[in-house]
Ligand binder design. Structure first.
Ligand code: CTP
Ligand code: MG
Length: 220
């Protein structure tokens, strides 16, 4: 039984203006930073990076000099879900896979270790997530209509960690969707919530680069 990380890096970054995984932050690309915690963690056997075929050279330049534990695969899909599915090829059914967004360059070693500790002893697996802190509003698009209870609401992050076989089945059943946990939920599983860190942001819009570089700089 092996532990694989699959870093999905085949998106176009339409909301941030360009494929954000290749933008430089604190001396390295976003993708390079996203791979580091998995390289440092001795429990992770292999790190696969799923990239779009037409971005292979750019991705290779980001990963140059990294150990052989990192394997770029030009199998990016049309959707994030397809990229994840393509990244699972050649793994054994009982292997564990940790799916992580290349757009999350600030994952800490401590959060990754916490996920591995808790999810690897769980029958289903789990994901990093943070309890909601802001008020949650039901809206009509421009005005609030009511304030919803938030005690039972968590914001999902990555990595999300599951056994390969149930995840493959769940993704095949689920069709288009958000994350791996959603596919597992639809297949009847209840993924374990493991407390993440609010610094594990996903770069989505241009302003998120400022936040990500501040978080990385504070760690250096
Ligand atoms: N991703 C992927 N393959 C896709 C779409 C997304 O591997 N077909 C990856 C992205 O590269 C990113 C992660 O999934 O690391 C999270 O997706 P998101 O933040 O939505 O990134 P993009 O799809 O690139 O951005 P946008 O939705 O703004 O176009
Ligand atoms: Mg997207």
């Amino acid at each position: 039984m092996a532990f694989f990380a699959v870093i999905v890096a085949a998106g176009k970054g339409s909301r941030s203006g360009s494929p954000k995984q290749f933008i430089e932050l604190c001396g390295h690309s976003v993708l390079w930073h996203s791979v580091q915690p998995f390289l440092r963690n001795s429990r992770i056997d292999m790190v696969r990076v799923v990239i779009a075929a037409d971005m292979a050279e750019t991705a290779a330049a980001c990963l140059v000099g990294l150990p052989k534990k990192v394997l770029p695969l030009s199998v990016g899909g049309r959707t994030r879900r397809e990229s994840v599915q393509n990244g699972l090829c050649g793994m054994d059914d009982d292997d564990w896979v940790l799916v992580h967004d290349a757009a999350r360059p600030c994952l800490s070693d401590a959060a990754l270790t916490r996920l591995l500790d808790h999810a690897s002893t769980d029958t289903v697996g789990g994901l990093l997530a943070c309890p909601m802190v802001d008020c949650l509003k039901q809206t009509d698009g421009s005005r609030t209509q009511q304030t919803l209870p938030r005690d039972d609401k968590w914001l999902a992050q990555t990595p999300q960690m599951f056994r390969v076989e149930p995840l493959r089945k769940a993704l095949a059943l689920a069709g288009e969707g958000d994350d791996e946990a959603q596919a597992m939920e639809l297949a009847g599983h209840a993924p374990l919530l493991v407390e993440g860190e609010t610094t594990n942001i996903k770069i989505t819009r241009a302003e998120d680069f400022i936040l990500a570089s501040a978080i990385l700089a504070a760690r250096e």
